[in-house]
Design a protein around this ligand. Structure first.
Ligand code: ATP
Ligand code: LTN
Length: 347
């Protein structure tokens, strides 16, 4: 207990010392296995950013319950994502790792934002529409999900939000709501910027290169989980949809399958797409896919090993409690300011 308190103090002090650093916030839903799309689009950036910024990385379990979830499974998934955060290299000494529902400010601020968000703009969110929702029995939570996301971000006076390309519209909405509240009530929020990578921003499904790789896909071979072993990775890569014409060339429009694989190869190996095209000039899809499977396996094996160690070690809950303490400390300051500006409460 004393250790925990001391830790929180050290982190709070460190937070102040870090003045002048940019603040980074992002979140991942505990809704299933984290795949290489999540990794290349988001988690990889999380690790890189923690070196020069003050970073908060959240497991957004309140977003997960916008559609009903099995309670036991949700809690297991929450700890799995926390373990994966650590396994990919997020360091709890440098970054604050915590669970959204452990910080009441997210829901509290969401209400104030909800009252400043428009039904029209929420109806236009393509992710909501893509999921085919919008019927009579769609939960109000699912509809207003992007407002909770805006709350996550604005609660911490965030400067930078590292995310995959699918979140661009949500980040824009967050910026619009922040600017609107600032206009109405005078300088309440910092307006954040999204950070999207060029290569990993949109990893496509292996069986349908026209839709994004997704946790919720039915076909297990459509994605590669960070916890998949060599044989599963090989099977998924070898079965990946490729295009007619055996040439290994990047052409997102006419050869979306092979272009997606080239992107994945490039992101994991560090080689540019042009270098990879050159390497495989004249080679067939079989050779290319075989070597891609080896590259991905080599990158994921240490993550899988670390994940198992962390999951079995019993350190997670302590790290998450420390993280929530630090997150609560920051969020309370923002909420105080918001309530003052909006005239909520009695001062
Ligand atoms: P899914 O649709 O796969 O179930 P999600 O979009 O709900 O997943 P989250 O866990 O909330 O996934 O996403 C975590 C991060 O991963 C977000 O920053 C998101 O933009 C990013 N991401 C998700 N899918 C991809 C992808 N196919 N390519 C690149 N980034 C992605
Ligand atoms: N909506 C995101 C997950 C998410 C998030 C956030 C990302 C919730 N809150 C705050 C960045 C910042 C998704 O579905 N990928």
């Amino acid at each position: 207990m004393l250790g925990r308190q001391l830790n929180a103090v050290i982190k709070a002090v460190a937070g102040r010392v870090m003045n002048g650093m940019k603040r980074v916030f992002s979140g991942v839903q505990p809704t299933g296995s984290i795949h290489i799309g999540n990794y290349l689009g988001a988690l990889g950036q999380f690790v890189e950013l923690q070196e020069d910024n003050e970073c908060l990385y959240c497991i957004v379990d309140m977003h997960a319950v916008t559609t009903p979830k099995d309670p036991k499974e949700l809690r297991k998934n929450t700890l799995d994502v926390a373990a994966l955060y650590l396994a990919v290299g997020i360091d709890p000494k440098k970054s604050t790792i915590f669970v959204q529902s452990e910080v009441p400010g997210h829901a509290e601020l969401a209400w104030a934002l909800m009252c400043n968000a428009y039904m029209g703009e929420l109806s236009r969110m393509t992710q909501f529409k893509d999921k085919g929702r919008g019927g009579e029995s769609t939960s109000a939570g699912l509809f207003s999900y992007p407002v909770l996301m805006a709350s996550d971000i604005l609660l911490y006076d965030t400067d930078i939000v590292p995310v995959g390309g699918d979140q661009k519209q949500h980040i824009e909405l967050c910026r619009d709501i922040a600017a609107r509240v600032n206009n109405r009530y005078g300088g309440v929020f910092k307006v954040p910027e999204g950070r999207f990578l060029r290569t990993g921003a949109r990893i496509m499904s292996l069986d349908d290169p026209l839709s994004k790789m997704s946790k919720s896909a039915v076909n297990p071979l459509s994605s590669i989980s960070l916890l998949d072993d060599g044989p599963k990775i090989r099977k998924a890569v070898m079965r990946a949809t490729t295009d007619s014409g055996g040439e290994i060339r990047f052409d997102a429009e006419n050869k979306p399958g092979i272009s997606n694989l080239l992107n994945i190869y490039s992101a994991f190996s560090g080689a540019s797409v042009a270098e990879i095209e050159k390497k495989y000039r004249g080679a067939g899809y079989g050779t290319f896919k075989n070597e891609l499977a080896a590259v991905v396996t080599e990158a994921l094996t240490p993550i899988r090993t670390r994940f198992k160690e962390i999951r079995e070690s019993g350190v997670l809950k302590e790290i998450l409690r420390d993280g929530a303490e630090r997150a609560n400390e920051i969020s309370e300051k923002t909420l105080k300011r918001v309530k003052e500006r909006l005239g909520l409460g009695i001062a």
